[in-house]
Design a protein around this ligand. Structure first.
Ligand code: IPM
Ligand code: MN
Length: 372
């Protein structure tokens, strides 16, 4: 039997293209693994009313790790309209499969390294090396949402909250509520993960990103806990910043930052910004990591208009494979893979369209495999 069982979840759109590229590298590295396929994506929503079917959830219970490509999501009305006729009007609600997966398997760390590989024409600045730790299961992603608002909730808020007075006269269908829920446990473990990483890899600083000056209850809790956790890591510098200021400072003085840690939504925002500084969608890689399972994915979406054209840059996904190899303890393979990516970028002979070149997704993968 192969040493590893890696769930293979291409999803849809360009997810399929970039996963084909990933496989070229895994095969070239001769990882001792099998790759059982998992159904996930838009076509399963349309056909079965579930983009993340139960059989795929079961598969993920029996793998060492998984690789995931990308999935198309559409707004509520469009999603309903594309359901098979017999499923329409049955009350099915589309929820992002990746968000569900993160919560279902408690993949509480979203790790997003953003490194500027020398010679990448898309680097905002050479030498950047930022790492984002994004809380991955709670916050505004909790899924506790109401539209229209139930009368019972409306009445309770009117009773308990003074600021709610400003909304109390509204009809229940004229506003909506999305709950931002942040727990002590969730906040503590993500901040701890960021500091543990900083300690292990001798990074100099951890920055807590929040909006505690306005969002006092939830972000206040996150910040208080973060400050407490920081005390156990006296050798690591620690500071904090509001999300809005953070976006400006990151662009202005990116070298002042090192490891960033944030609640879910701010982490989502900041990780796109950091990815853009090191080349954009073609370079953003991420790991959704829990204590038992980790699912690795490129940060980019499914880009339906490019689906099947083998045009998009697979480097994000290939770096995602590198992260998975590290997580599995295959450090030597991970290091070789990253060096091969860096070599191809530095050389500049093979470039996908985003980098100003004409190479296809698979040309790029083969060029990297050739440098292993
Ligand atoms: C990401 C994506 C997802 C998110 C979407 C596709 C649900 O933007 O992984 O950053 O918001 O988390
Ligand atoms: Mn995002």
């Amino acid at each position: 039997m192969p040493r590893y069982r890696i769930g293979w979840l291409p999803g849809d759109g360009v997810g399929v293209d970039v996963m084909d590229a990933a496989r070229i590298l895994l095969d070239a590295l001769e990882l001792d693994a099998e790759y059982p396929h998992g159904d996930i994506g838009w076509e399963f929503w349309c056909r079965e009313g579930d983009a993340f079917p139960a059989r795929t959830i079961d598969l993920l219970k029996n793998v060492d790790a998984a690789l995931f490509g990308a999935i198309t999501s559409k707004p509520m009305k469009a999603a309903e309209a594309e359901l098979a006729p017999e499923l329409r009007g049955t009350g099915l609600v589309y929820r992002s499969p990746i968000v569900r997966m993160r919560q279902l398997f408690d993949l509480y760390i979203c790790l997003r390294p953003c490194k500027a590989y020398p010679g990448n024409p898309l680097n905002y600045k050479e030498g950047l090396d930022l790492v984002v730790f994004r809380e991955n299961t709670e916050d505004l992603y909790s899924g506790v949402e109401f539209s229209p608002v139930p009368a019972e909730l409306h009445a309770t808020l009117a009773k308990l909250s003074k600021p709610f007075g400003a909304f109390a006269q509204l009809p229940l269908t004229d506003y909506a509520i999305s709950c931002k829920i942040n727990t002590r446990k969730g906040s503590e473990r993500i901040v701890r993960a960021a500091f543990d990483f900083a300690r292990k890899f001798r990074r100099k600083k951890v920055t807590i990103v929040h909006k505690a000056n306005v969002v006092r209850a939830t972000d206040g809790l996150f910040l208080d806990i973060a400050k407490d956790v920081a005390k156990a890591y006296p050798e690591i510098q620690f500071d904090e910043a509001n999300i809005d200021a953070m976006t400006m400072w990151l662009l202005k003085n990116p070298f002042n930052y090192d490891v960033l840690v944030a609640p879910n939504l701010y982490g989502d925002v900041i990780s796109d910004l950091c990815a853009q500084m090191v080349g954009g969608l073609g370079f953003g890689c991420s790991g959704n990591i829990g204590d038992k399972l980790a699912v690795f994915e490129p940060t980019h979406g499914s880009a339906p208009k490019y689906a099947g054209q083998y045009k998009v840059n697979p480097i994000a996904t290939i770096l995602t494979v590198k992260m998975m190899l590290d997580w599995l303890g295959e450090t030597e393979k991970a290091t070789r893979l990253e060096a091969a990516v860096a070599a191809v970028i530095a050389e500049g002979a093979v470039r996908t369209y985003d980098m100003g070149g004409k190479a296809t997704t698979l040309d790029m993968a083969k060029a990297i495999a050739g440098r292993l």
